[in-house]
Design a protein around this ligand. Structure first.
Ligand SMILES: [Zn+2]
Length: 564
């Protein structure tokens, strides 16, 4: 069975896809079904899908889409259904589809375009989104419109901000355009920064901060006030308090996206960071998409999840996808007979059957969890252990027989124990309740449309990163300079997670409590064991699989030392 872009194809169709691929390139006939997603490019795969359905394949078609046709349709439905009308040719309506087996286009389009016969062409799902997004007029105000804004008048009171609507007020239109663009580009954060002579915004995409887009300096207070008004926060405090935090929701083609807002007062004005919590992306499963771990890692995750009581901690820097993995674990643990409670700030991913609680302030933590415990939970997800109080409460819950999933800020898994100690928890207490110490990173994945083959790793890199002779002539891939349109000229497209897991077995727990081994010794033991997933090993496996390059790995994890 082939699985591609989240769609599973049954054995019959998978077999026909393999035949069509082999016809194109006989060497592909040797591929196993599970190798297809990594080895076959999206255009090639979709052309095989088109071929077995007897339909034409058009890799690029967004440019042909006539926007008047989109006016008759609901963009949200088209996005969900993965199809879009392109143009009218005589008596025929040409429709781009990404799933030939869906009957939705045949049900939805005829009533809107009577008397036209529907002709389908297969394209990439990214082309369909591009066509729909292009068709909707989201140009935003231009520079001269922005310059002409009167800084005196101000409209306020927007609560749920639909960024795909048109706004009369230019500041609202500018904000909507920036937020919609960020969502479209799948940015994780938007920064607004006032410097001595410039005011600009930029997006963080796949971990990298991108280009700076200048905004006229005179608009800095208007934009600032616009967002504060949106969250109903007092604008008067902005020059007195050092930091302001808030949250609001935007609607992007009827898809709600939570924004976490942080504003710091700076010497020249302010620095605003907005984190986009796009729920459609975090709804990922273990073993799939960005959490497509190798079998060894999946096996260890399964084992960790079966631990009846105790603490499972995921560590890593901000933006390493810790909570995505914990939420995916929670989804697997979610059964009708278990009572799961979460305590988060904010709730990132709502799961049916799970009781989610939203922390409004750190002060709510203790009363919340105390009242929590009365509802007899089996599993508790605690957003983050950040202070002594939350650390103590996690331990308390574990001691009383609960399974606790949480995150903590430390670079390496073995440092979790020391971090608890720094927070004022005795070594023996954490040694006896911690069941698994994990660390996660996200590694950039090479764009599969333009990655270029590369022969081996040169000697200087082998020495810097402690790689053996065997790396001298393996077949690898590197990003193409200048990339392609699929990867926005970066050479990379998306990220994938790698994990390090240290299980705290009863013996290890005993040795740690008695002080016979240090957390560092523990890390060394795990490395020598050789079978447990570790960051360096997982990174190198991605490299050997041709999914990433050495630069992307060494930027994220420290590769300059090796204990193997
Ligand atoms: Zn590319």
């Amino acid at each position: 069975m082939i699985e591609f872009d989240g769609i599973q194809f049954n054995d019959l169709i998978s077999g026909r896809v393999m035949d069509a691929l082999a016809e194109h390139d006989p060497s592909l006939a040797e591929l196993g079904h599970d190798q297809v997603p990594n080895r076959v490019s999206r255009p090639l795969f979709m052309s095989a899908i088109a071929q077995i359905n007897g339909l034409p394949f058009l890799p690029k078609c967004a440019e042909f889409c006539e926007s008047e046709l989109l006016d008759a349709c609901d963009p949200a439905l088209l996005t969900r259904g993965g199809f879009t009308p392109l143009c009218i040719h005589g008596e025929r309506l040409i429709v781009a589809i990404s799933n030939p087996w869906s009957s939705l286009p045949d049900e939805y389009l005829p009533p809107r375009f009577p008397d036209l016969q529907i002709d389908k062409v297969v394209t990439l799902s990214s082309e369909i989104s591009r066509a729909i997004e292009r068709g909707s007029t989201m140009a935003g105000p231009n520079r001269s419109q922005l310059e002409s804004i009167n800084v005196e008048d101000m409209e306020d009171g927007l609560q749920d901000f639909d960024v795909t609507s048109e706004y009369e007020e230019p500041i609202a239109q500018l904000a909507a355009t920036i937020l919609a663009t960020a969502t479209k580009l799948r940015a994780s954060d938007i920064h607004f920064k006032v410097e001595k002579e410039s005011f600009y915004y930029s997006f963080r995409i796949d971990g990298d901060l991108g280009e700076k887009f200048e905004i006229p300096m005179k608009l800095k207070d208007r934009i600032d006030a616009f967002f504060l008004n949106l969250m109903k926060l007092a604008t008067e405090t902005r020059n007195t308090v050092p930091g302001i935090s808030g949250r609001f929701t935007i609607s992007y083609y009827h898809r709600p996206i939570d924004i976490r807002y942080e504003r710091h007062r700076t010497y020249r004005g302010y620095h605003i960071t907005m984190r986009l919590l796009d729920k459609s992306h975090i709804n990922v499963k273990l073993g799939k998409g960005s959490l497509a771990f190798d079998d060894e890692t999946l096996f260890e995750i399964e084992r960790v999840m079966r631990i009846p009581a105790g603490i499972i901690v995921m560590s890593g820097p901000t933006g390493s996808g810790k909570s995505t993995t914990l939420n995916a674990m929670l989804r697997e643990l979610n059964r009708p007979d278990v009572n799961i409670l979460t305590l988060e700030n904010p709730v990132e991913d709502e799961i049916a059957g799970v009781t989610h609680c939203d922390l409004k302030s750190p002060a709510e933590f203790k009363p919340m969890i105390t009242s929590f415990m009365r509802s007899d939970p089996d599993i508790i997800l605690m957003g983050e252990v950040r202070d002594k109080e939350s650390a103590e409460l996690a331990i308390e819950a574990a001691v009383t027989g609960h399974k606790v999933l949480t995150t903590i800020h430390t670079p390496r898994a073995s440092q979790i124990i020391e971090r608890f100690e720094q927070l004022g928890i005795e070594r023996w207490k954490i040694a006896q309740t911690l069941k698994a110490a994990c660390a996660q990173r996200l590694i950039k994945v090479l764009c599969c449309e333009c990655k270029t083959p590369q022969k081996g790793i040169n000697e200087s890199d082998r020495r810097t990163f402690n790689l053996g002779e065997e790396w001298a002539d393996v077949s690898l891939f590197s990003p193409r300079a200048g990339g392609c349109s699929e990867c926005r000229q970066t050479g990379y497209s998306g990220r994938t997670a790698i994990l390090e897991i240290i299980p705290i077995t009863p013996r290890v727990s005993d040795q740690l409590s008695k002080g016979e081994i240090s957390p560092y010794d523990l890390e060394m033991m795990v490395l020598k064991d050789g079978s447990l997933p570790n960051l360096r090993r997982s990174g190198l496996r991605l490299l050997a699989d041709g999914q990433t390059d050495l630069q992307a790995i060494s930027k994220t994890i420290d590769m300059t030392y090796s204990d193997e």
